[in-house]
Design a protein around this ligand. Structure first.
Ligand code: ADP
Ligand code: MG
Length: 588
């Protein structure tokens, strides 16, 4: 039965353009995804390599296969059985839909493709051989149901592309990573991965997450994980994450996310996981996470990136919330908080803010100490810093703000809530969280920057000058406009809207320093820039605050999405619950 059709021009024009075959791992991805789409129960992937590179890729499946004519048609540009009209792009349920992979792969390698349609009465299978886009043969052969494709001489006719291939171990590690990811998100399918004939791993299609994780990473690793599940309206999440106290990594490589069965990356959702850990995550450390997100296909736009590694979610906020809550609850349930301070939201128990205190700020230490000139100056400075993050549209209701009791060490705010919990807030970390969120919200918009009335000249080091051209876009997203002026002098023309002091040479150097530490990833560099800017424009430690100022700070903090950690991952807040206090006094 013929299923494959060439897409019409209109549909083609709606598909995000771009190259899908960059390296061996992209070939493996496309072929394995085709097998998944073909309803395979078993997929066998073979890779062969010698010193010169990867010599052969084979993928065999027991899926639906194709009939004789479709086998050839499938290799034409824009040939697909998965969509037929532009509207179909709004609710994609298959991994493929572009109809380009087989054509692209066959154009740059030597392909032998054998397929037999499931349930077909004919004893014969179709074989198509194509070298560099040229049809060598289309014949009938004997073969079992399903599809087998062999790729040899990859990039043999595109020397430029071949030159870009990294060492064999690097290319292999990308292939392994790809197959592992697809196996992890398709747990009902049995995968076998072989390298030069030797088995790397095998999964058994049991549908169980721990089974697949154990098969891929070993059973001792899978024991370090704890399950996480949750749902929020139509959003469902399910997965496994590192149990606190188990080994965390300084890199975020062990992050496996699938959305509706598709392996994707998403900094936002990864961030939500870390937020769910809150203070349970040591600074600069990352948990492993295996997470399936299922939502209405219409809420997922997969047509944004040719290799579909990134998707756009129309309910991203809800998904993030759902993940954050589920992670938080899962860690809570396990009672892992026994020793660590819990970032308890204690929503219903925190008292509301007493009506705004008006008039002159009353220092928290009034009565204890004389007010004098030297105390007034920092208060004014603090006032300026706090106003930078003041917003009119803070929700009035539904916001529970602990009541300030005082300040200790000119650095920590003490507060209480109605249920008798003691709350300690790091004033600098708290204000950083507030500032960072606001900077991030404004970034990349026309409101990110303000022009300086007097541009600020700044002398840069050789290293900074060399790196600056690549950073200008990110800096612009943060609100910074820098222009070359003299030999090693640049002019700062605009800075983030919150404060003109963010143009100070010292701050600019700090920001460039932070940006240079980011490894080429734009989002990460922007984050670093904003964190550094936030840190510079906010209330510091060792600064006396008035009760009213502290109350305002807590109010701003509680209005943020993640009040319990600062952007660097340090806690902003420690809660000593009433129960914990009772325990400490041996009252139980
Ligand atoms: P897409 O997956 O985007 O549709 P491809 O070029 O990857 O485009 O494949 C073209 C078509 O060939 C698919 O739509 C599918 O009908 C068919 N096909 C490819 N691989 C397989 C397979 N392993 N089993 C069955 N059919 C396949
Ligand atoms: Mg495909």
């Amino acid at each position: 039965m013929s299923r494959v059709k060439i897409l019409d021009e209109e549909t083609i024009s709606h598909i995000a353009a771009g190259e899908v075959v960059e390296r061996a791992a992209s070939v493996v991805k496309e072929l394995v995804e085709n097998a998944v789409d073909a309803d395979a129960r078993m997929i066998r992937i073979g890779i062969s390599a010698d010193k010169t590179g990867i010599t052969k890729i084979s993928v065999t499946d027991d899926g639906v296969g194709m009939d004789f004519d479709d086998a050839l048609l499938a290799f034409r540009q824009h040939a697909t059985s998965k969509i037929s009209r532009p509207e179909d792009l709004d609710g994609i349920t298959t991994l493929g839909f572009r109809g380009e992979a087989l054509a692209s792969i066959a154009a740059i390698s030597k392909v032998t493709f054998t397929t037999k349609e499931r349930g077909s009465p004919s004893p014969e299978a179709a074989r198509v051989v194509i070298h560099g886009g040229e049809l060598i043969s289309h014949s009938a052969v004997g073969a079992p149901e399903g599809t087998s494709i062999i790729i040899e001489a990859l990039f043999y006719n595109t020397p430029a592309r071949r030159k870009f291939q990294k060492s064999v171990p690097t290319e292999l590690s990308h292939v392994y990573d790809m197959v592992e990811r697809i196996a992890l998100s398709n747990r009902n399918i049995s995968f076998v991965l072989l390298y030069n004939g030797k088995e790397r791993f095998q999964t058994f299609g049991t549908g169980s997450y721990p089974d697949v994780i154990a098969a891929v990473f070993g059973s001792s690793f899978s024991k370090e994980l704890t399950p996480v599940a949750g749902s929020f309206g139509p959003v469902k999440i399910d997965g496994w994450i590192t149990r606190p106290g188990s080994e965390m990594k300084t890199t975020q490589t062990r992050f496996y996310l699938s959305i509706n069965g598709r392996q994707v990356t998403s900094r936002q959702l990864q961030w939500a996981i870390r937020e769910g850990y809150g203070t349970l995550l040591p600074k600069g450390m990352y948990p492993a996470a295996f997470l399936d997100v299922v939502l209405d296909p219409r809420d997922v736009d997969v047509n944004v990136h040719p290799t579909k590694r990134e998707v756009r979610l129309s309910r991203e906020r809800e998904v993030m919330r759902c993940i954050q809550d589920a992670v938080y609850e899962s860690l809570h349930e396990e009672r892992v908080f026994s020793t660590a301070p819990a970032p308890t939201p204690a929503r219903e128990t925190i008292t509301t803010l007493p009506s705004e205190i008006v008039g002159e700020p009353v220092p928290a230490y009034a009565g204890k100490r004389e007010m004098n000139e030297t105390r007034q100056a920092p208060l004014k400075q603090t006032e300026k810093q706090l106003r930078r993050t003041a917003t009119e549209d803070l929700p009035e209701t539904d916001l529970f703000v602990p009541e300030v009791l005082g300040q200790i060490g000119d650095t920590y705010i003490l507060a209480k809530n109605e249920s008798g919990d003691l709350i300690v807030v790091d004033q600098h970390a708290a204000h950083e969280r507030i500032m960072y969120d606001q900077l991030l919200a404004r970034s990349s918009s026309a409101e990110a920057g303000q022009e300086l009335i007097v541009p600020q000249p700044i002398t840069l080091s050789k290293k900074e000058i060399a790196a600056l051209p690549d950073l200008l876009d990110v800096l612009a997203a943060a609100g910074y406009l820098l222009e070359p002026f003299g030999k090693d002098v640049w002019m700062v023309r605009s800075v983030p809207v919150v404060s003109s002091t963010l143009g100070d040479p010292e701050t600019i150097h700090a920001i460039l320093d932070a940006a240079l530490d980011g490894v080429g990833n734009t989002d990460e560099v922007l984050e670093r820039v904003l964190k550094t800017a936030a840190c510079r424009a906010v209330v510091k430690g060792n600064t006396p605050l008035t009760v009213e100022q502290m109350q305002r700070l807590l109010r701003q903090l509680m209005a943020t999405k993640s009040p319990y950690t600062c952007p660097h991952g340090r806690p902003t807040t420690i809660v000593l619950s009433k129960a914990r206090l009772a325990g400490m006094f041996l009252r139980t």
